[in-house]
Design a protein around this ligand. Structure first.
Ligand SMILES: CC(C)(COP(=O)(O)OP(=O)(O)OC[C@H]1O[C@@H](n2cnc3c(N)ncnc32)[C@H](O)[C@@H]1OP(=O)(O)O)[C@@H](O)C(=O)NCCC(=O)NCCS
Length: 245
C-alpha cells in the first residue's frame, strides 16, 4: 500500500513459519486519517491518552496496519476484528468476539515499526531506534547478565551503542515471545554466546524452562536494532533454513 512515497508497510523477513513486515511510522496526514477511521472506540480512547510526542501516531499507524493485514489474513472485515489481552498485556486477535488462531506481535520506536505474523503462538518482535549518549553502563546492570555486561564494558563509542541496542532488542523479542514482557527480569538470561559474538541467529533456551527452544534472529540494520524470537515446535529437527535481510 502506498500514499505517494515509501510504502506504509513492506516485507522485512520471511522464514521458519514467520513473516515480518516493516512499518513506516513517519508523519503522514493521509495515512493518519485512514488509520484513525480503522480504529475502534477503545483504541481511539487509548490513542488520545498518549502524552509522549509521536506516541499516538506510532500506535495508530501501527495498529491500523496490523488491522488491515490481519483482516486480510483472516478473511474478515475490519469491523469484525477486535483484540483481547493476556495477563501481561500481549494482544491477540478476535473475529466476531471469538479468539483467532493467528499469532502476531508488534513493536514501534521512533519512525519505524515491525509487525510479525506466525503459524503458532510464541512470536515476539522488537525494534529500537538507537539513542547515542545514554549512560549505557548504568542502565545495563538491570537488564544484562554477566557475560553481556562484560561485552558492553569492553565496547567503546558507537560499538557500545550498537551492542547495547542489539542485545536489548534480542532480549526484548524473547520476553515478548514468551509474553511476560519485563515482568521477567531480563538480567536472568543471556543471549546465546554465538550471538554475543556477532552471529545473526541462534537457538535459545530460557534457563527457567530449558525444554522449550526458541529461534532468535537479529533483524537490525543501520536505522535501528531489531529482532525476532519464535518458539520452535517440539518435534523440529536441527536443520534450520532462515533468510534475513
Ligand atoms: C511488552 C513490553 C516489553 C513492550 O515494551 P515497549 O518497548 O514499550 O514496546 P514495543 O514497541 O516493543 O511493543 C509494544 C507492543 O507490544 C505488544 N505487547 C504488549 N504487551 C506485551 C507482552 N506482554 N508480550 C508481548 N507483546 C506485548 C503490544 O502489541 C504493543 O503494541 P501496541 O501498544 O501498539 O498494541 C512492555 O510493555 C512490558 O514489559 N509489558 C509487561 C508489563 C506487565 O507485566 N504488566 C503487568 C503488571 S502491571
Amino acid at each position: 500500500m502506498t500514499t505517494g512515497r515509501d510504502p506504509w508497510w513492506s516485507p522485512w523477513h520471511e522464514g521458519e513459519g514467520a513473516v515480518v513486515l516493516h512499518v513506516d511510522l513517519r508523519p503522514d496526514e493521509g495515512r493518519e486519517t485512514r488509520a484513525s477511521s480503522l480504529l475502534d472506540d477503545e483504541e481511539r480512547r487509548r490513542r488520545d491518552r498518549f502524552v509522549v510526542e509521536g506516541a499516538a501516531r506510532r500506535f495508530s499507524l501501527c495498529r491500523a496496519a496490523l488491522r488491515i493485514n490481519l483482516a486480510e489474513r483472516l478473511g474478515c472485515s475490519n469491523d469484525e476484528l477486535s483484540f483481547g489481552y493476556l495477563e501481561h498485556g500481549k494482544p491477540f486477535a478476535k473475529v466476531n468476539g471469538t479468539r483467532s488462531p493467528v499469532s502476531f506481535n508488534v513493536s514501534h520506536s521512533g519512525s519505524n515499526g515491525l509487525i510479525g505474523f506466525a503459524e503458532h503462538d510464541g512470536l515476539g518482535v522488537d525494534l529500537e531506534e538507537r539513542a547515542p549518549g545514554r549512560n549505557f553502563d548504568g542502565i545495563g546492570s538491570s537488564v544484562y547478565g554477566p557475560a553481556e555486561q562484560r561485552a558492553l564494558t569492553a565496547a567503546e563509542g558507537h560499538r557500545k551503542t550498537d551492542l547495547f541496542y542489539r542485545l536489548w532488542s534480542l532480549k526484548e523479542a524473547l520476553i515478548k515471545a514468551l509474553g511476560t514482557g519485563f515482568s521477567l527480569n531480563p538480567s536472568r538470561f543471556e543471549v546465546p554466546p554465538a550471538m554475543l559474538g556477532g552471529a545473526r541467529s541462534s537457538v535459545f533456551r530460557f534457563p527457567h524452562a530449558p525444554s522449550d527452544r526458541w529461534w532468535l534472529l537479529d533483524l537490525g540494520e543501520p536505522r535501528f536494532a531489531a529482532a525476532m524470537a519464535y518458539r520452535l515446535p517440539r518435534a523440529a529437527g536441527s536443520t534450520l533454513h532462515v533468510s534475513a535481510n
